[in-house]
Ligand binder design. Structure first.
Ligand SMILES: NC(=O)N[C@@H](CC(=O)O)C(=O)O
Ligand SMILES: [Zn+2]
Ligand SMILES: [Zn+2]
Length: 444
């Protein structure tokens, strides 16, 4: 029986604590490095790669030796879209439990979305979040601050960036007001941070609960047309195209029409990036028949054509990265009729195996796929992480690519268990997660 263990980041690593990782298959997606070798770290990577590193044996000055035989040593996974529900909805998740879930998934950095209760729309709340993260997190916590205060007034974006915000979003809701979105795009371009849009025209999606299509017809529920996402993406591309230095990021892209607009904008040199969640390249609206509200999220699971477009978008690079949209909900909010249940599913502890299915089953290049989880998301939020390179912070994930396992939601570290992947047989798992040289999770 495999045992999981965690340790908090806050007491950090004894200064200068040296760890040698030996016999590893080291993959650094950005440099396309893929070799068998060793690594020496303290809080940073001290010496990298090559059999020769410890040819003469591991020096006595090393405090710990981790034999990585048969395992892949990759940069720590960066998930730029999680909801940790603190402050205000701690019964669904906290930074403590969410960061345990992240560590168990091999994730070393998360970006928290600001739709907490109250939302992160002021400096005092941003500071509170950073304080709670310092006290209770197992992994690096970054955060987006809100773009608006309840949709109709811009937040103090410059002060919020100074307080640590890596970008701005009203996720959970779109910024419907085009004038406010245009202002936000202008300010963010001056602050050199992304605006991340939950792209949805609420006039088109009003009252919908799953994708408008054959299943919504069959179940007799109101649908969310995929055009509600693409209309907003197209509007925002028009708003941003004449703003210098702007960076607009599409959260949880789900429809082929959105991808077509994004591809065209990229071709025109517009600085638009996008992410896709694992459920949108793994499942479709048909899975709602079996999983009901466990397969309900916003944007909803779309058609097979949309799902295949997500896979091709990842293969072509139109989709920049993968992010979970980890959206924990308590049983009381989820175990309701489809129309009444909350939108959202957890994702941190299934992120890696579902992403690896792209390598195992869809023939995507392993290094490319791991890049969508590491340096690509890190670059979107401008944090200098997710490389295995000398002097880079030692955020590392050790992966057993051959480990087949059945998803058991009762074993999730997340406080919530709302996942449609329960009992799915998957392959690939994080067996050790390291943040700034300190092991925060081990699976033995
Ligand atoms: N994705 C979801 O279905 N729900 C998210 C909000 C969001 O990401 O839009 C949540 O906060 O629960
Ligand atoms: Zn959203
Ligand atoms: Zn979200």
């Amino acid at each position: 029986m495999l045992q999981q263990s965690w340790s908090l980041l806050e007491n950090g690593q004894k200064e200068g604590y040296k760890v040698a990782y030996t016999n590893a298959r080291i993959i650094d997606p950005e440099s396309k490095l893929d070799i068998y070798g060793s690594l020496l770290t303290d809080s940073k990577v001290i010496a990298d790669f090559g059999e020769s590193l410890f040819a003469g044996g591991v020096p006595s000055s090393v405090d710990e030796v981790i034999d990585c035989n048969g395992l892949v040593l990759m940069p720590g996974i960066v998930d730029i879209h999680v909801h940790f529900r603190e402050p205000g909805q701690e019964y669904k998740e906290t930074i403590y439990t969410g960061s345990r879930s992240a560590a168990a998934g091999g994730v070393t950095t998360v970006v928290c979305q600001p739709n907490t209760v109250p939302p992160i729309d002021s400096v005092i709340l941003a500071k509170y979040l950073k304080y709670r993260a310092f006290e209770t997190s197992h992994v690096n916590v970054e955060f987006y601050a809100a773009i608006t205060k309840s949709g109709n007034k811009l937040t103090e974006m410059a002060l919020l960036k100074e307080a640590g915000a890596v970008g701005f979003t009203d996720d959970g809701l779109p910024v419907m007001n085009a004038h406010i979105m245009r202002q936000a795009l202008k300010y963010s371009s001056m602050l050199n941070v992304p605006i991340a849009q939950h792209a949805e025209d609420l006039n088109l999606s009003a009252g919908g609960c799953i994708n408008e299509g054959i299943v919504s017809e069959e179940l007799g529920v109101t649908g969310i047309p995929s055009v509600s996402e693409a209309v907003m993406v197209n509007r925002d591309i028009l708003l941003m195209q004449d703003i210098a230095n702007v960076h607009y990021h599409v959260l949880h892209v789900s429809s082929k029409d959105s991808l077509r607009a994004i591809a065209d904008a990229k071709k025109r040199g517009i600085n638009i990036t996008c992410e896709v969640a694992p459920h949108h390249f793994t499942l479709t609206e048909n899975d709602v028949r079996e999983h009901n509200s466990m397969a309900k999220m916003n944007p909803p699971l779309r058609s097979e054509e949309d799902r295949l477009a997500m896979i091709e978008g990842l293969r072509s690079g139109i989709i920049d990265c993968i992010a979970t949209d980890h959206a924990p909900h308590d049983v009381g909010s989820k175990d309701l009729p489809l129309g009444d249940s909350a939108f959202g599913i957890v994702g941190l502890e299934t992120l890696l195996p579902l992403t690896l299915e792209l390598y195992y089953n869809q023939n995507l290049d392993l290094s490319d796929v791991l890049g969508k989880l590491t340096y690509k998301p890190a670059d979107i939020i401008h944090v200098p992480r997710a490389r295995i390179r000398k002097n880079f912070v030692a955020d590392l994930t050790l992966v057993d690519l051959e480990h087949s396992w059945e998803v058991d939601i009762s074993k999730f570290a997340s406080k919530s268990k709302n996942s449609p992947f329960s009992k799915r047989i998957v392959k690939g798992r994080a067996v050790r997660t390291v943040v700034s040289g300190k092991t925060v999770y081990v699976l033995r």
